[in-house]
Design a binder for this molecule. Structure first.
Ligand SMILES: [Fe+2]
Ligand SMILES: [Fe+2]
Length: 235
């Protein structure tokens, strides 16, 4: 997985994020909305896990994963509320309270669909019986979580760097620790689930995920530019 993480870190979309983050972090009203978008991503991730995971597969690690992602959503939203989001503050995950919030949700929906398509292609060569329907949602959970955790492990350290550089009053170090552990868990489970093919599956899923993240990085940069223009003093 380390090689996949290095690959994700080197992609051009991460350079775009590296350039956008300091601009956003330096403007508290815009930063609050971006933090709330990150919170929305964590929340949508939780919603997906609750839907995807059958009781037959739900163990202690699975429950902890859900609770920890929910706690990321909570901590990020609390930080957003502290930073303030304009006169009405940060409330829900609506467009006014987020920065490209729909783009954040689209990222997760896109990764979910892309992983479904990767598994469809995989089973088309092996035959549907290679993966009974009862294990199919579990396979998607493992594959989509693995690539999302790879991206989280590439993204959050960049964000932490931007927070430190700006002397922000909070840190995402504890989230980074959780995400690193999640990736290790997903890697282990995926290797048990697909002992021969996990590398090929992750490589294909990560390619598709990159396109989704690329989109998010662009809509986030555009939304930041738009929000900066709206806040700029009128001539
Ligand atoms: Fe998370
Ligand atoms: Fe995670």
């Amino acid at each position: 997985m380390k090689a996949f993480l290095e690959q994700a870190k080197q992609q051009p979309c991460m350079e775009q994020v590296r350039q956008t983050l300091p601009r956003v972090v330096s403007a508290p009203l815009i930063h609050a909305r971006m933090l709330n978008s990150l919170s929305r991503m964590e929340y949508v991730g939780v919603r997906k896990m609750l839907k995807a995971r059958h009781a037959d597969h739900m163990d202690l690690d699975g429950l902890e994963h859900i609770i920890e992602e929910a706690s990321h959503a909570l901590r990020l939203k609390r930080a957003a509320i502290k930073l303030q989001g304009g006169e009405r503050g940060i409330q829900t995950y609506s467009a006014a309270d987020t920065l490209a919030g729909d783009g954040a949700e689209d990222y997760l929906q896109g990764v979910d669909r892309a992983c479904e398509a990767v598994l469809d292609r995989y089973l088309a060569t092996l035959g549907e019986e290679a993966l009974p329907a009862s294990r199919r949602t579990e396979a998607n959970y493992l594959l989509s979580s693995a690539v999302i955790e790879i991206r989280a492990d590439a993204f959050y350290p960049l964000y932490e760097e931007a927070l430190q550089a700006a002397g922000a009053p909070f840190s995402v170090r504890s989230i980074i620790k959780d995400e690193e552990r999640h990736l290790a868990e997903m890697a282990e489970r995926l290797q048990e689930f697909f002992p021969q093919d996990w590398r090929a599956l992750v490589a294909e899923a990560l390619n598709a995920e990159q396109a989704c993240f690329d989109c998010w990085a662009s809509v986030m940069a555009d939304a930041a530019t738009e929000a900066e223009a709206a806040l700029a003093p009128k001539a």
